[in-house]
Design a protein around this ligand. Structure first.
Ligand SMILES: Cc1ncc(COP(=O)(O)O)c(C=O)c1O
Length: 386
């Protein structure tokens, strides 16, 4: 098996009729007529540039087949609607990305699909299964609290029960976690995050066994969320550096998490790489790196507005997974659409800051955090004195 570092660079390479070392871009939306059943067309998800990134991602995820979409939500929504039918039931992790959570709550009733949200331990997820359960859908590490689901434990427990196991693998990326190797049927990515990695592309990917991927492709042809050749080329270019980016982001995140865990102005740090994280042992078993995402609760004395406003290098911004470090408040962004009560239950409050650690120097990031926390503490002490 090729290493992931090598697959990221060389996976999907086409050498025939191409004198260059870089694959050619084929922007065409019209392809020469043929009588074949599978004619090329961007919305048939089968053009040469789409296939190149599918091949690369299949190598990275050890997948038999794949399909790439115009966004992560296009990938998620098409997968759900392709694999679930009216009368089916799905078990969904309760701590899912807010957009997925909202899709389920808004669309499943209309589609006649039943669902139960369950917490991330294997017993709760399998305990929520019914005779008509056809899918168990999780996310790990989950957005934004970095809870970890036991992929092998769950796939073993669901095996033989006629239900597909699907995971949103966005936070880990294929560099740090390969769910299909842990018995999962389908791995989904918002490529907008780590796969693209430069905060300038929107796409999604679904990787898995050939049979469900073909069902998803048939649905996708009707839904239409496809990519053009030029965007595919940019994705391919980004993927070549995926391993070096994610390895550096993971190293930086561990250093930064250790620093934050020692700060009086920080209440709690959520990072699976910390020995204090409740899922640390599990994460160490099923991941090859702990990833570039972490979150933390600010102490009551520090307001998020003052803290974000005091940062000089780290940019307060939505989204995640880029080479530049960014921070956001999930309560106002990724989980805004989640009902307030559910957010409170999960611990997504106005004190929770989500940190997407980039590839800058860890020392510079820590220096920025240090000066921002010091300014906030000085401000709150002055306020208390005055
Ligand atoms: C874990 C996760 N999954 C899926 C998505 C949706 O991806 P997109 O914004 O590319 O549609 C996001 C977006 O933030 C995400 O964080």
């Amino acid at each position: 098996m090729t290493s992931k570092q090598t697959a990221a660079v060389h996976g999907g390479e086409r050498s025939s009729h191409n004198p260059g070392v870089v694959n050619t871009i084929n922007p065409s939306t019209a392809f020469h007529f043929s009588e074949a059943a599978n004619q090329f067309y961007p919305r048939y998800f089968n053009t040469p540039n789409q296939q190149i990134i599918v091949d690369k991602l299949c190598e990275l995820e050890n997948a038999e087949a794949g399909i790439v979409f115009s966004s992560g939500m296009a990938a998620i929504s098409t997968t759900l609607m392709a694999l679930l039918k009216p009368g089916d039931h799905a078990v969904m992790l309760n701590g899912l990305y807010g957009g997925t959570h909202s899709f389920v709550c808004k669309e499943f009733d209309d589609a006649g699909i039943q669902y139960t949200f369950a917490s991330g331990d294997v017993a709760s997820l399998t305990g929520a299964m019914q005779d008509n359960t056809r899918m168990v859908f999780v996310e790990t590490p989950a957005n934004p609290l970095l809870d970890v689901v036991d992929l092998r434990g769950l796939s073993d427990a669901v095996a033989g029960r006629n239900a597909l196991t699907v995971v949103d693998n966005t936070f880990a990326s294929p560099i740090n976690q390969n769910p299909l190797d842990q018995g999962f049927d389908i791995s989904i990515h918002s490529g907008t995050k780590y796969l693209g990695g430069h905060s300038d592309l929107t796409f999604g990917a679904v990787l898995g066994h050939a049979e469900p991927i073909e069902l998803i492709r048939q649905k996708a042809i009707n839904y239409g969320g496809c990519l053009n050749g030029l965007t595919c080329y940019l994705i391919e270019r980004s993927l070549k550096t995926l391993a070096v980016r994610v390895e550096r982001q993971s190293d930086n995140a561990l250093e930064v998490a250790r620093y934050l865990a020692g700060q009086a102005a920080v209440d709690q740090v959520f990072y699976p790489g910390l020995e204090t994280h409740p899922d640390h042992q599990l994460a160490a078993r099923q991941m090859t790196g702990f990833g570039g995402m972490l979150s933390f609760n600010l102490d009551g004395a520090v307001s998020y507005r003052d803290f974000l406003g005091a940062l000089k290098l780290i940019t307060p911004a939505t989204s995640l997974g880029g080479v530049e470090s960014t921070m956001t408040m999930p309560v106002f962004t990724s989980h805004r659409l989640m009902p307030e009560q559910t957010r409170q239950q999960l611990g997504i409050t106005e004190r929770l800051v989500r940190f997407s650690v980039g590839i800058e120097s860890a020392n510079d990031l820590i220096a920025d955090l240090e000066q921002a926390l010091a300014r906030c503490l000085a401000g709150s002490e002055a306020g208390a004195a005055g």
